[in-house]
Ligand binder design. Structure first.
Ligand code: NAI
Length: 257
């Protein structure tokens, strides 16, 4: 059955591959991105977040069957917490009423293997919903030479948000599974500059070891997102599913079970 799905970050990488797969399966896909797609909105801003919801309502008549929040950046900069956490929360919360009107509604957000080593101050501010404090904490991390923690913290915060929200009346109570997919290293415009430089590539390989098949292509992540967003998923919710070639198993080992 054809479904209506909205994907943010649709212009590139994992989002683009997800749009292509959903469309190939016969679904209607609304793409949202900065300067491309059916909806052009900057999810770093309150105005862009509001525009996303207004335009989605206009384009769908107020009904969505699936939302995939994929838009993200990996700058050593407070912008990263704004887009990756607050933009994603605004996408999911803002479009939840449209999902409630849909059929077999599902929501998926893209996290990251990097979420396993965050900065607690950034995560705490983000989960408190305090964007100004989260930006301050991110700036503090950058100032002390730990700008990389802004990205990992943005992904830890959104992952923890998913786990907290998924079991509530708003999501599980409304029959909407809500999950995160956490990729390892995927070759996209986001990572290509790091992988093209031999020094940073070695660093990436050390920090994200991927014993199964090495670095992934976006097309390898899209089917998992598509399944979590499909009616076939009736029991999986509140999960952060690592799609990382074994990196989580190597990095966290026995510490999780
Ligand atoms: P990408 O750079 O190829 O695509 C990201 C898309 O998000 C772009 O089209 C971009 O324009 C859009 N975007 C960025 N800022 C935006 C904003 N303010 N408002 C609206 N759209 C915006 O990156 P990729 O690799 O496909 O990443 C997609 C998601 O996957 C991101 O959330 C990223 O953090 C995550 N991820 C990527 C990994 C990788 O190795 N490539 C690994 C783990 C997670």
């Amino acid at each position: 059955m054809s479904r209506t799905c909205l994907v943010t970050g649709s212009a590139s990488g994992i989002g683009k591959a997800t749009v292509a797969l959903l469309a190939q399966r016969g679904h209607t896909v609304i793409g949202a991105d900065l300067d491309d797609g059916d909806i052009r909105a900057d999810l770093a801003t309150a105005q862009g977040r509001a525009e996303l919801v207004v335009r989605a309502r206009e384009l769908t008549g107020g009904r969505l069957d699936a939302v995939v929040s994929c838009a993200g950046v990996a700058h050593f900069d407070p912008l990263t917490i704004k887009v990756n956490h607050f933009g994603a929360v605004a996408t999911l919360d803002g479009l939840r009423p449209l999902l409630a009107a849909g059929t077999d509604p599902r929501a998926v957000v893209v996290g990251s293997i990097d979420s396993v080593h965050p900065d607690p101050a950034i995560v705490a501010a983000a989960l408190a919903g305090d964007e100004a404090a989260a930006v301050d904490a991110a700036r503090a991390a950058v100032d002390r030479g730990e700008g990389h923690l802004v990205y990992s913290s943005s992904k830890a915060a959104i992952s923890r948000w998913v786990r907290r929200a998924a079991a509530t009346d708003d999501w599980a109570g409304a029959g909407v599974p809500l999950n995160a997919v956490a990729p390892g290293v995927v070759v996209t415009p986001l990572t290509r500059p790091l992988l093209d430089d031999p020094q940073t590539r070695a660093l990436v390989e050390r920090s994200v070891p991927m014993p199964l098949h090495g670095h992934a292509r976006p097309e390898q992540i899209a089917p998992l997102i598509a399944w979590l967003a499909s009616p076939e998923n009736t029991v999986v919710t509140g999960q952060v599913v690592f799609a990382d070639g074994g990196a989580d198993a190597v990095l966290r080992g026995d510490s999780t079970w």
